[in-house]
Design a protein around this ligand. Structure first.
Ligand code: SF4
Length: 135
């Protein structure tokens, strides 16, 4: 697998890209944590820019613009990506053998007994360790 540089990984996060880069399909590239981190980085940058501008400008308008920018650039894209992330997890839960197994942890898309990520329809254990969900 081709290793991406730290800068590339940061930019993937920061830009909230919706698909993992080529060669990174064997593990979840985007997780709840990465989405929250990206949103926090964006909100922090907007906050710093707003503070700098508010020192130079004496208008309250800058704070209204900042609030709108936080929603539009920080929160909304993260919300959209989180919805896509959830849809992907739902697909795994409903369309794969692992999704119906008690060892599957949907939060991090991990098989808890094999300690590997489930990213496709093929169960990493080849079905040998499958156990039904307990309700
Ligand atoms: S035990 Fe097998 S079927 Fe169950 S989650 Fe792990 S890999 Fe999937």
């Amino acid at each position: 697998m081709q290793q991406r540089s730290g800068f590339d990984q940061f930019m993937d996060l920061f830009l909230l890209r919706v698909q993992a880069p080529e060669g990174h399909e064997d593990r979840p590239y985007y997780t709840t944590g990465s989405i929250v981190f990206a949103a926090l980085v964006r909100v922090t940058i907007i906050g710093v820019i707003t503070l700098i501008l508010s020192e130079r400008m004496s208008s309250d308008t800058i704070w209204y613009v900042a609030l709108f920018a936080i929603w539009l650039v920080g929160v909304w894209p993260a919300h959209l990506q989180y919805q896509r992330f959830n849809a992907h997890v739902k697909t795994l839960q409903t369309g794969t053998l692992c999704g119906a197994c008690r060892h599957f942890n949907p939060t991090n898309q991990l098989c808890t007994i094999m300690d590997v990520h489930v990213t496709s329809e093929a169960p990493p254990c080849e079905g040998e360790a499958w156990e039904p969900l307990q309700h």
